[in-house]
Design a protein around this ligand. Structure first.
Ligand code: IPM
Ligand code: MG
Length: 370
């Protein structure tokens, strides 16, 4: 069995705590003979800044480029609020996305029946929810130039961020959404602000044309991004796959996350283009939650989003769909058994810590594997 190389980047805050559960899971998969994973670990974010004065080193970037997949924890925290903008913790993550060409960010929002009461919406609106936000990740206002603050002649300052998209960037992310929809509910909702943004006009045209030319069998609808935000909290089960740009995707995926009961539940995959020679793609997997500095170091963080991110890696990077199903089933089972970390507990429920939750998933995996 060929070895798969994984780079672990735990990062800051609760990142290292949830990553510890990944290490246990990878060892279990190795022991079961399901795969042969070899891991390296490096610094990113504030942790890297403290050691090297940059949010990711060239050496860590080289390891990330060479790895078969990167597993990423979280970055940032008040400790680094005052560091120079170019080396702030988030810059490490943005460099990884950009330099590895990870243009397709898949953010599933699944509401486990056991957690429907932890959602801020009524149970009947979210129970059984299963949608995916496909967020464009290497373009738009995150990376567009100019991006600057300049001082004008009158002494006033002027800040500019640039929203920019090309046909090719829109087409390749839309293609990911259509392909994914074909394997799911066969419906894509594309979202932009064509009523005020030229990039939205182009987005809409390119998605419409691609649909007509290559995916007429998939149901396509368009919703303005503000309306889509409203629909997400009004009746989220109307959606299957949502495709949108970098900034709208950032916001809408936080909203979608909350529908499921907790930000602590959501995994994500960031994928590059398939290499035609090898059929492989660069990939980074990370929980949608951030570094949660308020609870860092207490052992109470929910590791499920991180563990779910490993499941996505098994599926999208390693062709181990069955093992991914197993991990996802184990997560659902421990929730059914009533195990709750603090973030997904309702009043009166007993809670467990990060390590206990991770162990419970492993126990369930062992049980499912027989
Ligand atoms: C996310 C985060 C990042 C983003 C930050 C940490 C730069 O919010 O992955 O959603 O804005 O993309
Ligand atoms: Mg975000």
């Amino acid at each position: 069995m060929a070895a798969h190389n994984i780079l672990l980047l735990p990062g800051d805050g609760i990142g290292p705590e949830v990553m510890a559960e990944v290490t246990k899971l990878l060892s279990w998969l190795n022991k079961q003979g399901i795969a042969r994973f070899e891991t390296e670990t490096d610094l990113v974010g504030g942790a890297s800044y403290d050691a090297h004065k940059v949010s990711i080193t060239d050496a860590a970037m080289a390891r990330a480029t060479a790895a078969d997949a990167v597993l990423f924890g979280a970055v940032g925290g008040p400790k680094w609020d005052a560091v120079p903008y170019a080396v702030r913790p988030e810059a490490g993550l943005l460099r990884l996305r950009k330099d590895l060409g990870l243009f397709a960010n898949l953010r599933p929002a699944i509401c486990y029946p056991a957690l429907a009461d932890a959602s801020s919406l009524k149970r009947e609106l979210v129970e059984g929810l299963d949608i995916v936000i496909v967020r464009e990740l290497t373009g738009g206002v995150y990376f567009g130039e100019p991006k600057e603050i300049v001082t004008l002649e009158n002494g006033e300052k002027r800040a500019v961020d640039t929203q920019v998209y090309t046909t090719h960037e829109i087409e390749r992310i839309a293609r990911v959404a259509f392909e994914l929809a074909r394997k799911r509910g066969n419906k894509v909702t594309s979202s932009e602000k064509r009523n005020v943004m030229r990039s939205g006009v182009l987005w809409n045209q390119v998605v419409t044309a691609l649909h007509k030319a290559e995916y007429p069998d998939v149901q396509l609808e368009h919703q303005l991004a503000d309306a889509l935000g409203m629909q997400l909290v009004r009746y989220p089960k109307q959606f299957d796959v949502i495709v949108t740009d970098n900034l709208f995707g950032d916001m809408l995926s936080d909203v979608a996350a909350m529908l499921t009961g907790s930000l602590g539940m959501l995994p994500s995959a960031s994928l590059g283009a398939e290499d035609p020679a090898t059929g492989r793609r660069k990939a980074l997997y990370e929980p949608v939650h951030g570094s949660a500095p308020d609870i860092a170091g207490q052992g109470v963080a929910n590791p499920i989003a991180m563990i779910g991110s490993v499941a996505m890696a098994l599926r999208y990077s390693f062709g181990l769909g069955e093992a991914a199903d197993l991990v996802e089933k184990a997560i659902a089972a421990v929730l059914d058994q009533g195990l709750r970390t603090r973030d997904i507990a309702v009043a009166g429920q007993n809670t467990v810590g990060t390590g206990e939750m991770g162990d419970a998933v492993l126990r369930e995996l062992q049980h499912l594997a027989g």
